[in-house]
Design a protein around this ligand. Sequence first.
Ligand code: GLU
Length: 329
Amino acid sequence: MATQRHALSSKSEFESALERAYASQIDNHAGAVADYIPELTKANPDHFGMAIATAKGRIFEVGNTDIPFTIQSVSKAFVFCLALELAGPELVAERVGVEPSGDPFNAIVFDPGTNRPFNPMVNAGAIAVAGIIYEKLGKDAFAFLIDRFSDAAGNRLDLNQSVYQSEAETGHRNRAIAHLLLANDALAVPPDEALDLYFRQCSINVSAADLAWMGATFANMGTNPVTKKFAFDIAAVRSTLAVMFTCGMYDYAGHWAYDVGIPAKSGVGGGIVGVVNRQLGIASYSPRLDPKGNSVRGVGGFQVLADHFGLHAFDCTNIGSSFISSLVR
Ligand code: GLU
């Protein structure tokens, strides 16, 4: 439930809200760093940072917001958006649905009516989407993705080679999924090419500040608020935010929509990005995950921010939009 709202009078309200969210979680040591990709175990479990970037080009940060970590499944939202732009919604819809699955992110399950993956936020859907990008761009596909991610972040991003190799060596479940996608006509390129692109996109290093800017670029209709560089197609952003809202938080998406109420995507690297449309990108980083794969402190911190600002899309007082608008000039 929303707690008391604070009088918002100056930009420092963002800082105090962030500090409050941070303080509410810093002693929370629940959860565990992902270990099914061996290289991910090297993350420092105590790192924790949160950042808010505005669609008007300001950023507010608390904690470890400059520590690099791999974007993992957070990439799925951005790559889906780019696939819509590159291939168009019709072709994308032939390969992947937009229904929440209610299953874990790595489930080997397809929509029984269509044989397609349920949505682009689970591994099966994301590998199908990576296949679309590869189908359109071939060997240039990864350069395209990392360039656009970098344009969105306003910062040159790089690939974490060790995580990429670790994932490529151990990702047998994803390999099985890719072959089933081929069998189901949800993939039109060799499975190994789609998988390689998928493993790379998941292994892009970002910080919480980068992710907040990427979220703010979504909030700012696809253009980075500071550099003014185009990163995402505006119609594709709308579709992507819808899928993030319904499917972005693994099989916790329903609870998240109920409690926090903003489009978001999380990854097993410990990152979460959230978007307040036309206003904010919000990001957190803390690598201890709950059993569903969401960052424990991240979920808790977002909850505090959503309550504090009334960010929930269906907040009955709709207080968030007007309050935040007055702050982000
Ligand atoms: N690269 C990871 C995998 O495929 C992403 C999982 C995630 O972040 O949910 O297993």
